[in-house]
Design a protein around this ligand. Structure first.
Ligand code: SF4
Ligand code: SF4
Ligand code: FES
Length: 397
């Protein structure tokens, strides 16, 4: 048993007062959870502490909070580990008489707070999950018996299916902070669960909808926060990127938000210059410097350009007259990637032991000769190591 200090963010809307911090000392083994600590404080010191929980085993997703400023499941965070993090780098165990750092616990970000640590999941999270039509929409008459799905297709969606709807990713989403209407990481990861499922007959419609929505798949800024926050390894940003790839590469959906063109402008920019040349990116995203659609965008970015020039972050010479010469190594990468007949996406979430020694040896030999997994007879290897696209899509390199 040890003593831990929990510094809990309190808020009681009925009191009319603003939120404040309150400290509680709890006595528990360090391997017990922060949730256990909060529940002890509630049982022994203040029965009014508001916290939502159910399974206490990282399954139901109801105890999402921020611990030491980072989103986490309170039932899945050890007290001793939280205390170590609260203290900061380079601290292992307290010295005799050393004052212990307080573990801060506050409600998740990007959600309205109902009371203390309880947030309104309905307003921000569940409505957005509803927004992506979170059920299968099969086409044609139902089969006489069950739908048969190839194992590799289910492996493809396993990662997004692992979501427990805790909202931790939403809590730290930078895009959502700026645009509260952004559909968000959890709901978009859920969308991939159906776009990746061959039983669903509305892939194109789903993707078109999410690409055309100004708060949809192209509203994510790749900040990686949701990947770091997720306690279940769902990696929502990766699912969003997969939605984009399927939308643009497989279905060629050119959205009115310019997401498709912007992505292609990035690729062409690197192909041409070797490294990203920012000054070209905006006009290229609208079809080139003199394209009628680019002109208003260029005008609207003038204040930013002026500031960049004033602070010497760019010079007119470099912005307008830089040479376009990608090194041959970059050109070779493009040739190799675009020369492939089929796009493979490894689902890194699925781990296991390859028991077929012969297949493993073949696979290693193929990798050494840089031929890729399909060179060793494919389907089984693709299913074991990751996934490849269902046949009905027309994959690009
Ligand atoms: S990567 Fe995208 S979805 Fe994930 S937290 Fe950042 S902005 Fe949000
Ligand atoms: S994606 Fe991860 S963090 Fe987001 S709601 Fe699902 S389980 Fe929680
Ligand atoms: S109480 Fe269920 S996930 Fe924490």
């Amino acid at each position: 048993m040890a003593e831990f200090t929990l510094k809990i963010r309190r808020y009681q809307p009925e009191s009319g007062e603003s939120a404040y911090w309150e400290e509680f000392k709890v006595d528990l083994d360090g391997k017990r959870s922060v949730l256990d600590g909060i529940l002890q404080a509630r049982d022994r010191q203040d029965g009014s502490i508001g916290i939502r929980c159910s399974c206490r085993a990282a399954i139901c997703g109801s105890c999402g909070v921020r611990i030491n400023g980072k989103p986490a499941l309170a039932c899945h965070t050890h007290l001793d580990e939280a205390e170590r993090v609260a203290h900061g780098v380079g601290w292992n165990a307290p010295d005799e008489g050393q004052e212990l750092p307080a573990i801060t616990v506050e409600p998740m970000g990007n959600f309205p707070v109902l009371k203390d640590l309880i947030v309104d999941m309905d307003a921000v999270h569940w409505k957005k999950v509803q927004r992506v039509t979170p059920w299968l929409l099969p086409e044609g008459p139902p089969p006489e018996r069950e739908y048969i799905v190839p194992p590799e297709s289910m492996i493809d969606v396993t990662q997004s299916m692992a979501c427990i709807q805790c909202g931790a990713c939403v809590s730290d989403c930078l895009s959502m902070e700026v645009d509260p209407l952004f559909i968000g990481p959890a709901a978009l990861a859920k969308a991939y669960r159906f776009v990746g499922d061959p039983r669903d007959g509305q892939h194109r419609e789903r993707l078109q909808d999410l690409a055309e929505d100004p708060h949809g798949i192209y509203d994510c800024t790749h900040c990686f926060n949701c990947i770091e926050a997720c306690p279940k390894g769902v990696a929502p940003m990766s699912q969003i990127m997969r939605l984009r790839r399927v939308s643009s590469a497989d279905y060629g959906i050119k959205d009115r938000n310019n997401g498709y063109r912007h992505e292609h402008a990035f690729v062409e920019n690197i192909r041409r210059n070797g490294i990203l040349h920012e000054a070209d990116l905006l006009p290229d995203s609208y079809g080139g410097k003199f394209h009628p659609r680019a002109v208003p965008e260029l005008f609207s970015s003038l204040p930013i350009v002026t500031k960049a020039l004033q602070r010497r972050k760019m010079t007119p010479g470099k912005a307008l007259g830089h040479p376009h010469k990608a090194p041959k190594e970059v050109k070779r990468i493009f040739e190799q990637v675009e020369g492939r007949g089929e796009r493979y996406e490894l689902n890194l979430y699925v781990v296991g032991v390859e028991e077929d020694e012969e297949a493993l040896a073949d696979n290693e030999a193929a990798l050494a000769s840089d031929e890729g997994p399909d060179a060793v007879g494919g389907e089984e290897h693709a299913a074991a190591a990751g996934s490849h696209l269902p046949e009905e899509r027309s994959p690009n390199a």
